[in-house]
Design a protein around this ligand. Sequence first.
Ligand code: NAP
Ligand code: HSE
Length: 328
Amino acid sequence: MPSIKVALLGFGTVGEGIYRILNERKEEIKRETGCVIDIVSILVRDKAKERLATPGTRITDDIQEVLSNPDIDFIFEAIVGEEPAYTYLSEAVEKGFHVITANKTMFAKHGPALLKHAKFRRVNFGYEATTAGGVPIIRTVTNLLLTDRVRRIRGVLNGTSNFILTKMRNEGIPFKAALHEAQALGYAEADPTDDISGKDAFRKLMILSALAFGSQPNWQDVPVVGIDRVTIEDVSDASKAKLRYRHVAEILIDEKGLLHGSVGPVLIGPEHPLYGVDGVNNAIIVETDYLGALTLVGPGAGMYPTASAMVGDFLQMIGKHEKVLVTS
Ligand code: NAP
Ligand code: HSE
């Protein structure tokens, strides 16, 4: 039986989730694809750290061990920040690896160039997990664009912010304690500043903008406000008025083709489609010419939702591109 060899860059919340799913679903994957998945190497920063046992898989802190291994077909990237991730993935694409990433900090800025490069090198590049965790928004918008035109996208794009606002409202838990809980559950970034300042939602919005409209607005023209100034008193006053805070990111294209984006907390009433979206859930409303409005809701962060989006990209690539695999 043919084997597909993969490497994981990063073995934190998301990387470990990929490892677990590929192992837990090994037999189903074998049956459905006719291939054995072999996790050859895992790249980490600190080899001495205690972590899940991974028998038969090499743990390395040297990226060249991965990129110079011609047996590897796919690279899953789940490390942190713009660099060195962009440099690693540029080299991976250049060398002909298929790539799947969860790294929105890197992809918001370099996604368009990486996708162009991947197309030129005839390799697959998946990025479903960069935006809204387990919610299949990239796949959905990609499919919609075959027949339709997107006009506006708005929604809750940061699970940590929504989790904190929900905890403050439902349980009266102060901001800091709710943030600690989000960190313990693996929802928050290694440094949660970008979650609570709105930057994380902004980057996801830019990824959606590039996909839906083929371009991004000037980043500095988009007002970005986080939930860090929302107090428990604000949340309680809103509840008394039957209102809720939601952290909403929005991008729309006007009649002249100009893009307008915004990111920040808004107060919404019970009639609003985002009113019931609580906890770590994300929700995205996509408005198009033909379909009208479509809303997707689901877990926006965490080990299994995010890793399942990446494994989904991977299995779709195997299914669609067996020829690419054979010839790569
Ligand atoms: P994490 O738990 O902090 O894990 C990061 C992993 O990457 C660790 O294994 C770390 O190595 C490794 N790493 C970091 N920098 C590295 C470098 N320069 N070279 C080699 N390895 C490096 O982070 P995470 O939550 O899994 O997130 C990973 C990526 O997915 C991030 O880009 C994040 O924004 C994105 N993401 C996360 C979620 C989520 O719910 N957590 C959802 C969607 C997307 P050590 O273990 O040795 O420290
Ligand atoms: N920290 C991010 C969030 C992870 O809370 O939404 C998912 O991208």
